[in-house]
Design a protein around this ligand. Structure first.
Ligand SMILES: Cc1ncc(COP(=O)(O)O)c(C=O)c1O
Length: 359
């Protein structure tokens, strides 16, 4: 089982994904979770109902390490809980996750959770088109000042964060869609940390995460995904996710999610959780193919410029890529694991979750 664990005996992320969040013995032994399409949930007693509603309304803290009893699927449902638990090991440094019905839903919820009235938001341009419209068409009319900085302009971003008045958010999309320019997350996070109150540093990690870039280890507070892309991988669903080292950040976003009604639906959660163990494998392979295509096109007279991270010749872009990403992947990254057909310790270890005892 050499490849299932790292040197310290800890399960590697793709293996840990398979062992979290779901206890087959509580689901007729099924290897994959059932899909719970129920909109409402029943309580064991009126007291249990009162407790669940108090926790959902933030009038009572949830027990440490335990999720509250389920009430209504807009608040949460078993497939979201399973998926959120399984996403955590994939994002290095994360301790909690929340899933949304698209990447834009995750970004919108992050903005509307953390933008303070009359604050400013520093963001890299270009970001994905929907994100910039959120800033211009929603946040700015509500009195939030948007401060745009070109992606990859390290000194410019540093200056903008330092000079920003009452910044509530620093939003970085790296690489940027569609220019592929990379932005220095660590420098931005260090500068943001000098403000009081500290703005929350968010990174849209859709293009390089979770395989090649780990913003939480670089000082970011929140990682956002359009899971519609690599995480799901087959162009057949919309999904979004948010992950953080501080569970309170995710807790606050879940509270907003209840109001916005933008939790990922059970069927989509089920589809996505089945694909998580192969994210790293798929991204490694896809990136090798993309590299070959980019190199092939680079020599063609019909092509004016290629926007591909490994082909940039700008010193700052090369520095950021080398310091910040495991990209391009090394040859070792797609090594296959061996399999021990015996009773090898650690094989298929499942961690039961008490709160799935109900099914
Ligand atoms: C970098 C990036 N972030 C966010 C989004 C929005 O995600 P979704 O389409 O899942 O809402 C996209 C979509 O293309 C994207 O490319």
């Amino acid at each position: 089982m050499a490849h299932l664990k790292d040197g310290s005996g800890t399960l590697r992320p793709p293996t840990e994904v398979l062992t979290r969040g779901f206890d087959p013995s509580l689901s007729f032994g099924s290897a994959r979770p059932a899909v719970f399409r129920s909109s409402t949930y029943v309580f064991a007693s009126p007291e249990a109902a009162e407790r669940a509603f108090s926790i959902a309304g933030d009038r009572l803290p949830a027990e440490e390490g335990k999720r509250a009893d389920l009430i209504y699927s807009r608040i949460s449902h078993p497939n979201a809980e399973i998926l959120e638990d399984q996403m955590v090991p994939l994002e290095r440094g994360a301790r909690d996750a929340a899933v949304f019905n698209s990447g834009m839903a995750a970004i919108m919820t992050a903005f509307f959770t953390f933008a303070r009235p009359a604050s400013s938001i520093v963001y890299t341009i270009p970001p994905y088109g929907g994100t910039v419209r959120l800033v211009h068409e929603f946040l700015e009319p509500f009195g939030v000042t948007g401060i745009a900085v070109a992606a990859g302009d390290t000194a410019g971003l540093d200056d903008a964060i330092r000079a920003a008045r009452n910044p509530s958010i620093v939003f970085i999309e790296t690489p940027a869609n569609p220019t592929m320019m990379m932005t220095d997350i660590r420098r931005a996070a260090e500068r943001a940390a000098q403000h009081r109150p500290k703005p929350i540093v968010m990174v849209d990690n859709t293009f390089l995460g979770p395989a090649f870039q780990h913003p939480l280890l670089l000082g970011a507070d929140l990682v956002l995904y359009s899971a519609t892309k690599y995480l799901s991988g087959f162009s057949d669903m919309l999904a979004g996710a948010a992950l953080a080292a501080d569970p309170e950040i995710i807790h606050q976003m879940r509270s907003r999610r209840v109001m916005f009604g933008n939790i990922l639906q059970p069927d989509e959660c089920w589809m996505l959780d089945g694909r998580l163990p192969t994210v790293s494998l798929r991204m490694n392979r896809q990136s090798k193919n993309a590299q070959r295509i980019a190199e092939h096109l680079a020599g063609k007279p019909q092509i004016r410029r290629i926007y591909y991270p490994t082909l940039f010749e700008d010193d700052e872009q090369i520095r950021i890529r080398q310091a910040q990403c495991d990209y391009p992947p090394s040859e070792n990254d797609d090594a296959l694991g061996t399999f021990d057909g015996g009773n090898g310790e650690g094989a298929n270890r499942r961690r039961p979750r008490a709160d799935f005892g109900r099914h």
